[in-house]
Design a protein around this ligand. Structure first.
Ligand code: SF4
Length: 330
């Protein structure tokens, strides 16, 4: 039996977080106030649609600073960078605008503090993710990266009495709790930050998926394959017992996923633009299909722009437009 889609439930919150909005604003504003060319090291956020849109506006995306010519402006992505990259830019005299999310910077500062105080640091996260690579760079001799609880058993540190943990900002809340519990069992004196490093946006999007999962037959998570928080949304839904699929956009939806799936849940990772959600809804919403939003919390977080951007505008006799008045293209 094949049931048609009868209802679409949209998770709230979903999509862009404050760190991603700020990073996109930074690139768009830099393109309007900085002398071109404007380079961006790595994907500004992990989403192809966002990167391609900014590319059409003039941003040049590169993987490494060696691809940036002298005297150019370079923007560091929302995921953060290691001090080594910052130093390379300084030595080259590049004009830097740092779009690192302030909540990622918070983790860097914690790593620096623990390292200065002589702690070994267990960084819970994915070693190939840009954010973890950046944080690891703050104290490479002291940081030990683990991805899950199964790695705790093998973990050895120089001094078991002086050990701290930190986490990547976009992990699964439940899985991370398990890792921290395993760490506490093995290293009873381990310390951690007073407030969780998993950011508000990750927590809220996971809470929304958990709430939605029981009410839908299948969950579509719109986000990139290299987006950590989007992948975690898929896992959260699956753990709650609801099939979930990660899609870049509506074109990835396979009809067989929707067979016998009357109620379809849709959410989006923190770097996914709302336009991709709207396109998916428009495609699935045939006549008579109801669309309902399920909100667990309203978000009103907003981060200030970096001073480098204000200075760049001032140096050219320009004023930054008010962000509230900005018409973001994405
Ligand atoms: S997901 Fe969290 S840490 Fe990452 S950019 Fe967004 S607010 Fe910042």
């Amino acid at each position: 039996m094949v049931l048609p889609v009868t209802e679409i439930l949209l998770a709230g919150p979903r999509g862009f977080c404050a760190g991603v909005e700020r990073a996109i604003d930074i690139v768009e504003l830099a393109l309007s106030v900085c002398q071109p060319p404007v380079y961006v090291r790595k994907e500004i956020v992990h989403n192809r649609h966002v990167v391609e849109t900014l590319r059409t506006q003039g941003a040049i995306f590169v993987d490494e600073l060696t691809e940036v010519p002298d005297d150019a402006t370079v923007i560091f992505s929302a995921h953060g960078i290691s001090p080594e990259v910052r130093e390379e830019a300084r030595q080259r005299g590049l004009r830097v605008i740092d779009a690192t999310c302030p909540l990622v910077t918070k983790v860097h500062l914690e790593a620096i503090r623990y390292a200065r105080e002589g702690y070994s640091i267990v960084l819970i996260g994915h070693e190939d993710h840009d954010e973890v690579i950046g944080t690891l760079g703050e104290a490479p001799d002291r940081i030990f990266v683990i991805a899950d609880a199964s790695e705790v058993e093998q973990l050895e540190v120089p001094n078991r009495d002086k050990i701290a943990y930190l986490t990547q900002t976009t992990l699964s809340i439940d899985d991370t709790r398990d890792v921290i519990e395993a760490l506490r069992r093995k290293f009873p004196r381990i310390v951690g930050p007073s407030r969780d490093d998993i950011c508000y946006a990750t927590q809220n999007r996971q809470a929304a998926v958990k709430k939605l999962a029981g009410d839908v037959d299948v969950m579509l998570v719109i986000g990139a394959a290299n987006s950590s928080n989007a992948n975690r949304l898929v896992e959260v839904s699956q753990t709650a017992g609801t099939r979930a699929y990660l899609i870049n956009d509506v074109g990835d939806i396979r009809p067989e996923w929707l067979q016998d799936s009357g109620r379809v849940g849709i959410t989006a990772g923190a770097s996914t633009p709302e336009i991709l959600v709207s396109q998916a809804v428009a495609t699935l919403r045939t006549e008579g299909v109801k669309v309902r939003e399920v909100h667990v919390v309203e978000e009103d977080v907003r981060f200030a722009l970096p001073q480098e951007l204000t200075h760049a505008a001032r140096d050219r006799g320009l004023t930054l437009p008010e962000r509230t008045a900005m018409r973001r293209s994405i």
